[in-house]
Design a protein around this ligand. Sequence first.
Ligand SMILES: NC(=O)C1=CN([C@@H]2O[C@H](COP(=O)(O)OP(=O)(O)OC[C@H]3O[C@@H](n4cnc5c(N)ncnc54)[C@H](OP(=O)(O)O)[C@@H]3O)[C@@H](O)[C@H]2O)C=CC1
Ligand SMILES: O=C(O)C(=O)Cc1ccc(O)cc1
Length: 436
Amino acid sequence: MGDAVVGIIGMGDMGKMYARRIADAGWRVHACDIPEKYDALVQEFSDRKNITILQNGHLVSRSSDWIMYSVEAKSIDSVVARFGPSTKQGAIVGGQTSTKAPEIAAFDKHLPKDVDVVSCHSLHGPGVDPKGQPLVIIKHRASQKSVDLVEQILSCFQSKYVHLSAEMHDRITADTQAVTHAAFLSMGSAWEANKQFPWEVPRYIGGIENVKMNITLRIYSNKWHVYAGLAILNPSAKRQIGQYAESVTELFKLMLGGHRKELTERIHAARAAVFGTRKVEDELLLHDELLDQFSLGEKPAQKVRNNHLSLLAMVDCWWKLGIVPYDHMICSTPLFRLWLGITEYLYRNEDLLNESIDNAITDSTFVADDLEFTFAARDWSNRVSLGNLDGYREKFEKIQQYFSPRFAEATKVGNEMIKTIEENLRARKAEQEAKE
Ligand SMILES: NC(=O)C1=CN([C@@H]2O[C@H](COP(=O)(O)OP(=O)(O)OC[C@H]3O[C@@H](n4cnc5c(N)ncnc54)[C@H](OP(=O)(O)O)[C@@H]3O)[C@@H](O)[C@H]2O)C=CC1
Ligand SMILES: O=C(O)C(=O)Cc1ccc(O)cc1
């Protein structure tokens, strides 16, 4: 390993994951969190000789060669304003925040001019194995030598580097992350509003329903600021989330009005735009039997037919915004791949899609859920478009509390589900590449 010291400001879940892996690869790491956590961090990392916990970001900044800010996106400006001027001369600075516009603005505003900026973003949560996952590298203002050093440091993750500008990063993650989260957040809101625990309701068990439930619980078990930051602070996300809410509302109105022809035409037009270029031999990302293994409740003997409003609205939203989600696979998270997997599962199975349209018009089993889901999608969109961080937090934490008794189990099942599905996707990709 080189002599470079890696600095980490913010030892939360992501900062700790970076510190451990980078130190395990042999680099020296200087890290800090807020002063109140100093003693606990010293204790926690006492068995790792090459991780030094320092009292604050000034001490990390002045002694490190690549300094990574891994703090809440909403605090990035104030934290960089405080510690940025202490950056060692000639050092490199980057950040892990999920939205790059505010991070880069903070670097440009507060860092000395003799400092390079190479930022990054691991497109997965702290509990996912980084191997093979996309890792965005942003050369904002830097020499190639600085980029090479950052890549050398991060090579221990065995992730796939994706080189993007900050603007491109934010555009793509608005499509892949912000709008995906909006859908799952709305499902959770609807279940909470109807005082349901979906694992107790047979119509939500089995196949793609398992994905909806496991991912919703996974998101609500995480910290609100991660999702609020990437929705509210990303300049591109408001439009995406707004369109999703509009698609949900318009499709639900067609369903309620019994407008079968109009609903069918709209769904088919969206299918042609989003999935039209997929060839018959392009295999589906996911299969029902695979998903059936990951239930939080007892699967009913007879599968309950859902109209899948949340999925229909997603494809409608992609169509309206001219997004082809497959184009974003290079920059996708595990959740996005699962989400695309289940939408594809519905749209590329003619019988299932027809069944969904038929249910939407003739079956009222899901009307109460769909009504709450529609309210929820619009409410999340309003909170995001108003830039209301407190309003986002209040809603998120209320629903988080409602679901919290099942987080431990849901995380276990969710991790297993993501691992199995990701292995399956990797194996299939390798098979396809071998054939080509
Ligand atoms: N969790 C995830 O799945 C992913 C998150 N990210 C991004 O990474 C960043 C970190 O996320 P994550 O680790 O999950 O969040 P955490 O809340 O776990 O970590 C952030 C840490 O930064 C600390 N902090 C705040 N201000 C300061 C300061 N002035 N000096 C030192 N430390 C400070 C926080 O302390 P306190 O809690 O007291 O404020 C907290 O411990 C976020 O921007 C997030 O968007 C990126 C990829 C995945
Ligand atoms: O996969 C997802 O979308 C997640 O929820 C985990 C996550 C959250 C924030 C990030 O910046 C990257 C990944």
